[in-house]
Design a protein around this ligand. Sequence first.
Ligand code: R5P
Length: 289
Amino acid sequence: MIFLIIGGSASQKLAAKIAAELQETLCPIETRKFPDGERYIRINGKIEEKAVVVQSTGFPQDENLVELLFIIKTLKDLGVKTIKTVIPYFGYGRQEKRFKSGEAISAQIIAELLESAGVSELFCVNLHENNMANFFNIPLHELSAMPLIAQTIKRTIDDPIIIAPDKGALDHAQELAGLLDCDCDYLEKTRISPEKVETKPKNMNIEGKHAVIIDDIISTGGTIVNASQILKSHDAKKITVACVHPVMVDDALLKIFASGVDDVIATDTLRSDVSVISLAPLIADALKK
Ligand code: R5P
């Protein structure tokens, strides 16, 4: 199978690892900005019939997205027939509906732009919203990072208990706990009085346990800091935080460690100091199918 594999500037390292898994080499690409900030791209490799483009569209979202669109459309213009596109972290994925009148449905607009540029098939990891497929007429493959996160936890933590920081993350916690064959719970908010809200583990006693908080995204870190403070007040022995997409705005990681968390692990859908779990094998497997 000969693929032209191209990594955008946000995902060069992951693209190189995917290429290695597929026993291919990365296609050289020139990508830079003109002095006025406009993007220039040039694909320097030999053109093949099939291409794989890898680019997360995290910060700076607009720049990464424009670069990705330029790559896809250029490949199309150069005669590439099949353009499998991997967007490990899909930026703008959280605005999938109009919460207030007049708002842009950003996720849908991005989906339409990608499709019109020439994407044949899209591969993403743990999308924040599960109705994203409705925006595409092309196949959308959503991959789960949980099996690879589970492998790392299995290697490093004895007898964990998986905690979702809120009910929204419970699906992830259940998937991870199922893979590890251990217990899971979520933190539930209860309004005690008009002035007082209490948040605590819904069912389990976590005293003396090694708690693993799992979430799809860590952005400002606020959700995790809150969760870790609650787990500490319930006498968790140790706290590890695991997430799929380490967005890590500003000093999010610092705030998380300062709240008493012992360790943070994340995947490499985005580059960060804690992106220790590579999803290259997962993505390469999906591309082979
Ligand atoms: C929320 O729905 C997500 O699953 C994450 O919990 C959220 O994006 C985390 O944001 P932050 O780190 O800013 O609290």
